[in-house]
Design a protein around this ligand. Structure first.
Ligand SMILES: Cc1cc2nc3c(=O)[nH]c(=O)nc-3n(C[C@H](O)[C@H](O)[C@H](O)COP(=O)(O)O)c2cc1C
Ligand SMILES: CCCCCCC(=O)C(=O)O
Length: 375
């Protein structure tokens, strides 16, 4: 296996681990505490089998869909992740160019290391961009960020609601995680100095600079009235990211969100939160077709995408593999990840007898323990 040759995302992950400094690898790869949720996100996909239906014409498979009025080539988005420049000096520009080349949407993190206007420029050709929003205590700052994204042409904001505090990631504590000098989440620069992100902890402070900055700046008093607050000044679509309970999903729809992202933050927030795949069907049952339902967490194979869709997701978001591709081979590495996922998803559709996204239904899946007679 050389830098250029990997045949699945596990092999790519191994290459990224070798390439990245230990502190960065620890930050990217870890989950919170005992990492039970991180592991379960993957394990959940293994709990489902796919029952193929045969003698179906799959000479052509249609993977396209329309999301928020835009056509996507296949049901995949890039999940928001902080600090792409830790993986590659081009940072989010390389990721955005890859999204454009593969015609999939990218969700940019509030903690991006490249300004949103520059990302928007690089993403020209992508179906759309979303800005993930961490809600700061300083609401003027937050309003300006949203309005800036609207002006830059972003289609939506995805408000992360699973992080009243940053999850306790032990690798970051052990490594005293901090950004290298000269690198900073640029959208935050009027609130927090670059030195603060690069500073090592002193005294009783959280050892991780990410956790410290998060604690100081982000609003742990966030409640559902935030959606109405945004609606009052912005016409952008509003999604909430981090929903696991069907009750929260219903509440989100009641307050008027435009979409839901079922997520446990890649196992980085509440440890022992359920695997996201296990939450999808319940949430779909609760909200029906009211708003698009996205999910993320542990999606690594084409068959994973098929399983998520069969349980009710409209599309999936992919996190860490994008950073791995970026670390190993920049923009091309990200494109290779997306292309592989697309190829493998098409393969899964063909081999299971699903020529269209609509034909990917729950009755194609068998959960561990369910009798074959269920089908
Ligand atoms: C290194 C890293 C940084 C992340 N940064 C953010 C972020 O800034 N905002 C956010 O809402 N989620 C963030 N996430 C969570 C992802 O958006 C996503 O929920 C998760 O990574 C999906 O799981 P996966 O990595 O198994 O695909 C981050 C995840 C990782 C691994
Ligand atoms: C103030 C810095 C917060 C960065 C958090 C990024 C993130 O969500 C993660 O999971 O890490």
């Amino acid at each position: 296996m050389t830098d250029q040759h990997w045949v699945n995302l596990d092999e790519l992950e191994a290459l990224a681990m070798k390439k990245l400094p230990k502190m960065v690898w620890g930050y990217y790869s870890s989950g919170s505490e005992s990492e039970a949720t991180l592991r379960d996100n993957r394990a959940a996909f293994l709990r489902y089998n796919i029952m193929p239906r045969l003698m179906v014409d799959v000479s052509k498979v249609d993977t396209t869909l329309t999301l928020f009025g835009e056509k996507l080539d296949f049901p995949l988005l890039i999940a928001p992740m902080a600090y792409h420049k830790l993986a590659n000096p081009e940072g989010e520009v390389a990721t955005a160019r890859a999204a454009a080349a593969c015609r999939i949407p990218m969700i940019q993190s509030t903690m991006a290391t490249v300004r949103k206007e520059e990302v928007a420029q690089a993403a020209k050709g992508a179906p759309f961009l979303m800005l993930q929003l961490y809600v700061t205590k300083n609401r003027d700052f937050c309003r300006n960020l949203i309005m800036g994204a609207q002006k830059a042409g972003y289609k939506a904001i995805a408000v992360t609601v699973d992080a009243p505090r940053l999850g306790h990631r032990e690798a970051d504590e052990r490594d005293s995680f901090h950004l290298p000098e000269g690198m900073a989440p640029v959208e935050l620069d009027s609130l927090v100095s670059a030195e603060e992100h690069a500073r090592q902890a002193t005294g009783d402070e959280p050892k991780s600079a990410v956790a410290r900055v998060f604690y100081n700046q982000m609003d742990s008093a966030l409640t559902w009235d935030f959606v109405a607050w945004v609606r009052a000044f912005s016409s952008m679509r509003i999604l909430v990211k981090g929903i696991l309970s069907p009750f929260d999903a219903l509440r989100a729809v009641e307050v008027g969100v435009d979409g839901i992202i079922v997520s446990n933050h890649g196992g980085r927030q509440l440890d022992f939160a359920p695997a996201t795949l296990d939450c999808v069907a319940n949430i779909k049952r609760a909200i029906g077709d009211t708003v698009p339902l996205l999910m993320d967490g542990g999606v690594r194979r084409g068959t994973d995408i098929l399983k998520a869709l069969a349980l009710g997701a409209d599309a999936v978001c992919v996190g860490r593999p994008i950073l791995h591709g970026l670390a190993v081979n920049g923009q091309q590495g990200v494109q290779d990840v997306i292309k592989m996922m697309r190829r493998d998803f098409e393969q899964a559709m063909r081999l299971s007898g699903c020529p269209s996204l609509k034909s990917i239904t729950r009755d194609k899946l068998l959960k561990q323990g369910e009798p074959l007679s269920r089908l």
